[in-house]
Ligand binder design. Structure first.
Ligand code: ADP
Length: 190
């Protein structure tokens, strides 16, 4: 069973690499951002709640995110493992994830962090905003808020896994396939 946390700031390439990893390793992709956008598209109460936070670049409250992830894990009983993308984003979420996985007889294999300089992140997100229809990608102030939220609230999650000896950082700038190969080499050592 492989359970990987793909980590990094907004625009680091987590979604792109996740798509390739689920194909190669047969894992279930669990992207909290994608799940929220699905709810939003379907107009559910959860989607409406999340939208208020997402559009401003703020985090959706922990208890809401954790419940959604718990449901997804419980509904994926036959999975051979997960790629967690955009989750956990706070230390409280990381602690909750460890407990949830333990309840299902699983554990995190490792965290892989994509390292990308902030100037490049901003350029990538602005480029994505031209076609993504994402309100949070289309405004420089909101992009700056997301980067600040990442630094203040999400970066401590890296320390959480570092303390457990499960942290590995990879350069997220370069050819998509080269980055993918480096991630794969790390996973193959788990
Ligand atoms: P990006 O990595 O480009 O910021 P995501 O799709 O991962 O995009 O997330 C978009 C938004 O969804 C976040 O800015 C936040 O509002 C919300 N969100 C996603 N995952 C979480 C999470 N684990 N905790 C809180 N909010 C989240």
């Amino acid at each position: 069973m492989l359970n990987i946390v793909l980590f990094g700031p907004p625009g680091a390439g987590k979604g792109t690499q996740s798509e390739k990893l689920i194909t190669k390793y047969g894992l279930t992709h669990l992207s909290t951002g994608d799940l929220f956008r699905k709810h939003l598209g379907e107009g559910t109460d959860l989607g409406k709640l999340a939208k208020k936070y997402m559009d401003e670049g703020h985090l959706v409250p922990d208890e809401v995110v954790i419940q959604m992830v718990e449901d997804k894990i419980s509904n994926s009983e036959n999975s051979s493992g997960f790629i967690f993308d955009g989750f956990p984003r706070t230390t409280a979420q990381a602690e909750a994830l460890d407990k949830m996985l333990a309840n299902h007889g699983m554990a995190i294999s490792g965290m892989i962090a994509l390292d990308v300089p902030f100037q490049i992140l901003k350029e990538r997100i602005i480029e994505r905003g031209k076609t993504s229809n994402r309100v949070d990608d289309q405004n420089e102030e909101k992009i700056n808020t997301r980067i600040k939220v990442y630094l203040d609230e999400t970066l401590p999650v890296a320390k959480y896994y570092e303390k457990q000896g499960k942290f590995k950082e990879i350069n997220g700038v370069g050819e998509i396939n080269d980055i993918f190969n480096e991630i794969s080499e790390t996973i193959d050592r788990y």
